[in-house]
Design a protein around this ligand. Structure first.
Ligand SMILES: *[C@@H]1O[C@H](CO)[C@@H](O)[C@H](O)[C@H]1NC(C)=O
Length: 231
């Protein structure tokens, strides 16, 4: 799931469960070493980003009890044991204290790993390019390059549901987007984790780009840096 909005609005027809990033391409193996795949009692659940050896960022709407959550690092093809995987249980999950699932505001969560990740060429927290995550089907991690849209375009699509800590990215004409299963995964730009996959109406629908949680430093105003993020 990208968000419950899909179910509530019943607009998920363009994106049946299990379908993830739309219009993306296979990431080069282990080119996204910060990428995390979350499972819930062993079932595909959400995405996330490694931000240091002990912590992962994901979306608050992906919250489940820590004991039922496993963090998978170093995945490329989730159906193949490639020898690069690290699987670490969650010690605790900390959703943003002001997360509110009505407008999906502050859809942001930290996950503490039970033990530290071991960094290597497949598992790391360094980031570059603009990329996000898929899990499950297709089984190979998908990448997609997409522009950050203006606040105005975002508000035109979703109205007052867009809060100041959200931004839109994607294509107003549709066709390429994140989707259910990508939730919590990273959107990375110019070497920095820029956002977390949060919600949207349907997937890749014309006029409805994906909505992301802004995770930039508060001192960075999305308004002033917008053009720099047209990666
Ligand atoms: C979490 O896992 C425990 C033990 O496997 C299980 O009893 C419980 O129902 C699970 N919780 C959820 C929310 O699935």
């Amino acid at each position: 799931m990208r968000t419950i909005v899909f179910a509530l609005l019943a607009v998920a027809v363009a994106c049946s469960p299990g379908l993830k990033i739309i219009g993306g391409y296979d990431c080069p193996p282990n080119s996204q070493p910060w990428q995390v795949y979350l499972t819930f009692n062993g079932e595909p659940w959400c995405g996330g980003s490694l931000i240091n050896e002990r912590w992962v960022v994901s979306a608050a709407h992906c919250k489940i009890p820590a004991s039922n959550l496993t963090v998978h690092l170093g995945e490329h093809n989730v159906n193949v044991e490639e020898g690069t995987e690290q699987r670490i249980g969650a010690e605790k999950v900390i959703p943003h204290p002001d997360y509110n699932d009505q407008p999906f505001n502050n859809d942001f969560m930290l996950i503490k790993l039970k033990e530290p990740a071991i960094f290597n060429e497949c598992v790391n927290f360094n980031v570059f390019h603009i990329i996000f995550f898929t899990d499950g089907n297709p089984s190979v991690l998908q990448c997609l390059k997409l522009p950050v849209l203006s606040k105005q375009q975002c508000v035109r699509a979703y109205g007052s549901r867009i809060t100041e800590n959200m931004f839109c990215a994607g294509f107003m004409k549709g066709g390429k987007d994140s989707c259910q299963g990508d939730s919590g995964g990273p959107i990375v730009c110019n070497g920095e984790l820029r956002g977390v996959v949060s919600w949207g109406k349907g997937c890749a629908e014309q006029g409805y780009p994906g909505v992301y949680v802004e995770v930039c430093l508060p001192s960075i105003s999305i308004g002033t840096v917008m053009t720099k993020f047209l990666c």
